[in-house]
Design a protein around this ligand. Structure first.
Ligand code: GRF
Length: 294
């Protein structure tokens, strides 16, 4: 766990979830609806949190006063509503970050192709040049880029992080989806996409945060474990939970067999969560995320 200094957020702890490390701030106690987003350069952050996708059911939304105040102080931007992305028919755009084989990315991409997720993968980025996730993306004609992480082992160098942010901004992503990304995400990315980063963790949080969650579950002797999709916040695998799926622990399970079944559950759960967000059907009320996964 690391502390990111000099952030506009009170503090920012960094987690390592099932081999992935990331962190982002979350507005405290704010009630927001998650839907389309334009980069802060295009409109106020608050405005972006108040809009709904053109494809989403129309429901008037008002930003929580805390959110308005916090955004105003923090972002130093004029709180004006942008209509640029409201009027077009552009799909909800996601950017996927991964370091590994990319099976969760494949599950999301396949669900999109099957019409189950009203979104498009705008870009796939990896800190590993030969990562399977890049190959899987290229096979699908999805823009895929390796960005050299720099000299550190567990975190991105500032320049590298800036390159990730630039790539995500250039492709105008609405949501950042972490799918096995093995680097700590620092303030640059967090500030660029507040409340717009989600992650999947291989346990039923809040049980077994951190590394090798499936092994933790097995060692602890629980009868059920599973996976959790959550917004990334300042804690360790502690952000508001969007969805969970259970997996029974069998008497003859090994870490490998259990991990494999959790992976299968992840491939069902992650696309559903992305779909709910893309449809604007997810609302964050403090710790609780309200909305139906289907
Ligand atoms: C998943 O098991 C997920 O829980 C963890 O990283 C793994 C990524 O696997 N955060 P893949 O690259 O999507 O196959």
């Amino acid at each position: 766990m690391l502390l990111e200094g000099q952030l506009p957020w009170p503090s920012c702890r960094v987690m390592d979830c099932g081999g992935k490390r990331s962190a982002t701030p979350l507005w405290p106690a704010a009630t927001v609806s998650i839907h389309r987003l334009v980069p802060p350069s295009e409109s106020a952050v608050v405005a972006s949190l108040c809009r709904r996708s053109p494809k989403s059911p129309v429901r008037p939304l008002t930003p929580h006063p805390l959110l308005v105040a916090a955004n105003s102080a923090l972002a130093g931007v004029t709180l004006q509503r942008s209509t640029k992305r409201m009027s077009d028919a552009q799909k909800f755009r996601i950017g996927v970050l991964g370091s590994g084989k990319g099976s969760n990315f494949v599950a999301i991409a396949d669900a999109i192709r099957a019409g189950q997720v009203p979104a498009e993968v705008a870009i796939v980025l990896s800190d590993v040049e030969n990562a399977g996730i890049l190959e899987r993306a290229r096979e699908r004609n999805i823009p895929a880029r390796f960005i050299a992480p720099g000299k550190f082992r567990t975190k991105l160098e500032d320049e590298a992080e800036a390159a990730f942010v630039a790539a995500l901004r250039e492709t105008k992503v609405d949501l950042v989806v972490l799918a096995g990304f093995m680097r700590i995400i620092k303030s640059g990315l967090m500030n660029a996409f507040p409340n717009r980063i989600i992650n999947i963790h291989p346990s039923l949080l809040p049980s077994f945060p951190g590394l090798e969650a499936w092994k933790q579950a097995l060692d602890h002797g629980v009868k059920f474990t599973g996976c959790t999709v959550h917004f990334v916040d300042a804690g360790v695998d502690s952000g508001p939970i969007i969805g969970q799926q259970t997996v029974p622990v069998l008497d003859d399970d090994t870490p490998e067999t259990l991990h494999q079944r959790i992976h299968t559950a992840e491939h069902e759960l992650y696309p559903k969560c992305v779909a709910a967000i893309a449809r604007g059907e997810v609302e964050v009320r403090g710790r609780r995320v309200v909305g139906k996964l289907r």
